[in-house]
Design a protein around this ligand. Structure first.
Ligand code: GLN
Length: 583
C-alpha cells in the first residue's frame, strides 16, 4: 500500500511549502523509495494556463502538456521524474469532472453533493497517481483539454511508471481559509479509512517581529488549532523562520501543538533551495517519517546532491546573464517567480562549470525608442540604452505573450547579434530573433508576427493553422500546442553538437510558428534551420553560424533542466558565456 503524506501551510502563504514538499520527496527517494508528488491548487481555474505570470508566477508545462503551477516544476527538479496531468489538481478540475459525470448520469440518479462527492473525487485522483502505471493514453480528458494537439508521440512514459511508495500531496493555500477546506476534508477522510498510511505535515511560519526581537510561536499554535478544527492533527511541524528554531521554541510548539519535540523540524531561511534536503536530514526528518510508517531506510544516498550544494556554496567566479523580459515588475517590487524554470536552468548549467550565476532582470521596455507606434507596444519612458547589454556575458529572451515590450526585445536581440553576445532565445525569444533577422538582415522591413500585427504584410511568424478557429472562438484554455513533441536535428549544427543526438523531444507552449513561406529567404542570408518537427514541418530551432553562440528554440528547454543534469542547450550557452567573459 502506498503511503500518503499531506503537506499543508500555516500562518501565511509564500513560505516555501512547494520546495519543502519537493525536499521531503528527495530525502525519501534518497532512502530508496519511489516517490511522486501532487500539487493541489484551490482556485477555480481549470489549469494555470489562463493566468498572467505576474498574477500566478511561471506556468510550468509537463511532458504530457498540462499548464500547471511552478511547484510541479520544483517536484520534477528535486525528484527528477517527469510528472503528468494527474499530478496537478485544482478546484476547477475537480468540479468540472464531477459535473460532467453528473450530466452523464454517472451518479445513477443520486443527489450529487459537495460533501462527500467533491472530496471523493479528490481522493480518487490522489489514489490514481499512487497506483497508476502512467503513460500518455490520449484520454478523452486530455483531448478535450487540448484540441489543438494533432498527434501525440506514443513513445513516452511518464512518472517513471509503476506504483509509488510515497505520494506527497501539497495542499495549496493556508489552513483556515475557505478555499482549501474540501481538500483538507479529503485528507481527513483518507486518514480515517487508512490511519496507518496517511501522515500530515504542517509547514508553518514563526515570525521574529523587529520590535520584540524574539521568535513567536503563537501564530503556529493558531494554525494547528485551525487544522484541528478540520479534524486533522499534524504529525510533524516544519518551522519556517529567518533563523533556526531553538530548543525553547521547539518545546513550546511541542506542548501547545501536541506533537513530539523531535517532530518539530527547524527550517530556517537558506541561500539556495537545494540545501533544504540536506538541512532536513540534519534534523533527521526522513527517518522520523519512515518510523511513523513503520519503515526502514533501504539505502542512503544524498551524496551527489551534497556535492552540488558544496559547489553552490563555494563557487566564486561569476557568469553574468541578462534576461530581457517583461513579467517581473509589479509596482515597486520585482518578481522572480515568472521565470523560475529559466532561472533554475541557468543556475544548473552555471554550477556544472563551477560558476556563480549572476542573473539580472532587464525590462524590455527600457530599450524601446519613444517613436515606435503605440500599437507595437512602445514604452512611454524608455530610459536606458541597449548598449548596456555589452556588460553581460550572455542574454536570454524568454517566452511571452502580447505586444508589450516586443520592440525592446527585438532591439536587444539585434544588439546581441551584432556585438557577438551569446544569445539564447526561448519560444517568443526565437520568434523575435526571426523577426529581427528578417527585418535587419533580409531587409524585409515590414516583417513581424501576426500575434502583434494581425494584418502584417510580411508575417514571418504566423499563427499555426489549427489555432485559427480556436482563437476565433476565444477558446483559450488549454488549447495551445502543449507538451512534448519530437524534433529532428540537422547534422553539423550547434544543436547536433550540443545534444549529441539528432532525435530529441522537448516541451512546448505556443500558438505561433515560423512561417515556412519565408524559410528560404532566411536561409539564403545565413539563418540555419537546425531543428524541425517532422510531423508538421515546423521549425523548432534556428541558429546563426557566427560564433560565439546564437541559438533560439520554439520550445522550452528550461522545463527539462535538472540540478544534477543541466539541459544541454543551457550548458552550451553558459559555456559560451564563460568563454566570452574570459576574453
Ligand atoms: N506568444 C507566442 C506564441 O504563442 C510565444 C509563446 C511563448 O513564448 N510561450 O506562439
Amino acid at each position: 500500500m502506498p503511503k500518503f503524506i499531506f503537506v499543508a501551510g500555516g500562518v501565511m502563504s509564500g513560505i516555501g511549502k512547494g520546495v519543502a514538499t519537493a525536499s521531503i520527496g528527495k530525502i525519501l527517494q534518497s532512502k530508496g523509495f519511489k516517490v511522486t508528488a501532487i500539487k493541489i491548487d484551490p482556485y477555480i481555474n481549470v489549469d494555470a494556463g489562463t493566468m498572467n505570470p505576474i498574477e500566478h508566477g511561471e506556468i510550468f508545462v509537463t511532458a504530457d502538456g498540462i499548464e500547471c503551477d511552478q511547484d510541479v516544476g520544483n517536484y520534477e527538479r528535486f525528484i527528477d521524474e517527469n510528472l503528468t496531468t494527474d499530478n496537478y489538481i485544482t478546484t476547477g478540475r475537480v468540479y468540472q469532472a464531477v459535473i460532467n459525470r453528473e450530466r452523464n448520469l454517472g451518479y445513477g440518479g443520486k443527489c450529487v453533493e459537495v460533501v462527500p462527492h467533491i472530496p471523493e473525487e479528490v481522493i480518487s485522483r490522489i489514489k490514481k497517481v499512487a497506483y497508476s502505471q502512467r503513460s500518455w493514453d490520449g484520454s478523452s480528458e486530455s483531448k478535450i483539454r487540448n484540441r489543438a494537439r494533432i498527434s501525440k508521440p506514443p513513445h513516452q512514459k511518464f512518472g517513471g511508471g509503476g506504483r509509488a511508495d510515497f505520494v506527497l500531496v501539497e495542499i495549496g493555500g493556508t489552513v483556515g481559509e475557505y478555499q482549501n477546506l474540501l481538500f483538507l476534508e479529503a485528507a481527513r477522510m483518507m486518514k480515517l479509512a487508512n490511519p496507518k498510511d496517511v501522515l500530515f505535515i504542517l509547514v508553518s511560519y514563526l515570525p521574529i517581529p523587529e520590535m520584540i526581537g524574539e521568535m513567536k510561536t503563537k501564530p503556529t499554535q493558531t494554525a494547528v488549532r485551525l487544522l484541528n478544527e478540520a479534524g486533522i492533527q499534524p504529525d510533524i511541524i516544519l518551522g519556517r523562520s529567518r533563523v533556526p528554531l531553538d530548543e525553547l521554541r521547539k518545546r513550546k510548539i511541542s506542548i501547545f501543538c501536541n506533537v513530539q519535540k523531535k517532530d518539530v523540524i527547524s527550517a530556517p531561511d537558506i541561500e539556495s533551495i537545494y540545501e533544504i534536503p540536506i538541512n532536513f536530514e540534519k534534523e533527521n526528518l526522513g527517518n522520523q517519517i519512515l518510523k511513523k510508517f513503520g519503515l526502514r531506510p533501504r539505502k542512503k544516498n544524498l551524496k551527489d546532491w551534497g556535492k552540488l550544494v558544496k559547489v553552490i556554496k563555494t563557487a566564486k567566479k561569476p557568469v553574468k546573464i541578462g534576461i530581457v523580459g517583461k513579467y517581473f515588475e509589479t509596482g515597486k517590487f520585482t518578481l522572480m517567480d515568472s521565470y523560475i524554470s529559466i532561472i533554475e536552468a541557468i543556475k544548473h548549467a552555471s554550477w556544472f562549470f563551477k560558476r556563480r550565476p549572476e542573473i539580472h532582470w532587464l525590462s524590455a521596455e527600457y530599450y524601446e525608442p519613444a517613436q515606435i507606434p503605440k500599437k507595437f507596444g512602445a514604452g512611454e519612458n524608455s530610459s536606458r540604452s541597449v548598449k548596456e547589454l555589452k556588460n553581460f556575458d550572455g542574454i536570454i529572451v524568454p517566452g511571452g505573450f502580447g505586444s508589450r515590450g516586443i520592440e525592446g526585445k527585438i532591439k536587444a536581440i539585434e544588439f546581441c547579434r551584432k556585438n557577438k553576445i551569446p544569445y539564447l532565445g526561448l519560444c517568443l525569444g526565437m520568434q523575435l530573433a526571426v523577426v529581427e533577422f528578417a527585418r535587419n538582415v533580409c531587409k524585409i522591413k515590414d516583417a513581424n508576427s501576426t500575434e502583434f500585427e494581425p494584418n502584417c504584410r510580411q508575417p514571418v511568424i504566423d499563427v499555426m493553422p489549427e489555432q485559427k478557429s480556436i482563437l476565433k472562438e476565444k477558446s483559450y484554455g488549454g488549447t495551445m500546442r502543449l507538451g512534448e513533441y519530437k524534433c529532428k536535428i540537422k547534422p553539423n549544427t550547434i544543436s547536433s553538437r550540443t545534444y549529441k543526438t539528432l532525435d530529441i523531444v522537448e516541451r512546448h507552449r505556443h500558438r505561433y510558428e515560423l512561417n515556412n513561406a519565408f524559410r528560404e529567404a532566411l536561409e539564403t542570408k545565413g539563418m540555419v534551420m537546425a531543428g524541425i518537427n517532422p510531423e508538421k514541418d515546423l521549425i523548432e530551432i534556428i541558429e546563426l553560424k557566427e560564433p560565439p553562440f546564437f541559438v533560439a528554440v520554439q520550445f522550452h528547454p528550461e522545463f527539462k533542466s535538472r540540478p544534477l543534469r543541466p539541459h544541454p542547450l543551457f550548458r552550451e550557452f553558459i559555456k559560451a558565456c564563460i568563454k566570452k567573459r574570459a576574453k
